[in-house]
Structure formats: structure tokens, C-alpha cells
Design a protein around this ligand. Sequence first.
Ligand SMILES: [Zn+2]
Length: 167
Amino acid sequence: MRRLWAPWRMSYVSGEETAEDGCFLCRAGDRGSPEDGLVVELAARTVTVANRFPYSSGHVVVAPRRHATGLEELAPEESAAILAAAQRAIAALSLVMRPEGFNVGFNLGRAAGASIDHLHLHVVPRWGGDTNFMPVLADVKVLPEHLEATAARLREALRAPARPPAP
Ligand SMILES: [Zn+2]
């Protein structure tokens, strides 16, 4: 299990969140931000973004658009919106990438591996036998174009009529 969780600490490199840049996930929630290409879904209360340092292909994070830092500070409707967004992301990922399973979870606090303060829920598609692949991937530079192509495919899947409505 150690191998499964440790890479999540690299979700965002240190220095990602600086005073000049502000918060990456807050920016991603604003239309016209530089992260637009990686934004998979923008809903009323949530933003879903392709992770720039993915643990596996299709790794996305779901965040409240408000800069919340603790799970306990979410209002019930925000909690529900985040889970609903994760459900839609899982449906889209299932359609586009046909994974065999998912890891879904929060890293709360730096000691738990969170590298930015803005609360976010990881949704990580998994395939049987992919654990040997991941340490290799960790050393590979992921091209932004590849991530944006994946995000575009997920956006397309989320526009499919079968999805549940965004809250
Ligand atoms: Zn933020």
C-alpha cells in the first residue's frame, strides 16, 4: 500500500502555490485561466481538473470552487456537490479510458501528502498490473499536450446526455 499512496505527494510540485500565482485550484475555477485546457468540468460549486503530475493516466482532482482547506468546513451541499462531481468524473473516465478500478480519496494536511491547501478529492483510474508501471511513470515528463487531450476527451464524455445533471 505504501507504493499506492506515496506518489500522491507529487500531485503538485512544491512551489506550485506561490504568493504571486495565488492558488492553482482557485485559478482553475475561473474561466479564462491558464489552466483552462486542463479543466475537465466547471460546475456551480466544483471544478474538476486533470492532474498535471498524474499518478495514472486520467488522474483528475475534484475541488470546491471556494478555497476551502478542511473537509470539516464544507457545507452539506458542498460535500454533496463534490461527491456528485466525482461520480460524473468516474462515469466519464469509465467511458473514455475503461479502467478496471479507481482510487478515490482526500489527502488532508501536509503530513498526509497534501501539497496544496485547497481541498481536493483525487480520482485515480486503475488497471490490473499498473503498479509496476507507476514508478516508471514517475520519472517521465508528462507532456501538457497529452494531459490537455485527455481533459478534452473527458469534457466530451461529460457532455454525453446520459450523465446526471451538474448541481
Ligand atoms: Zn484555492
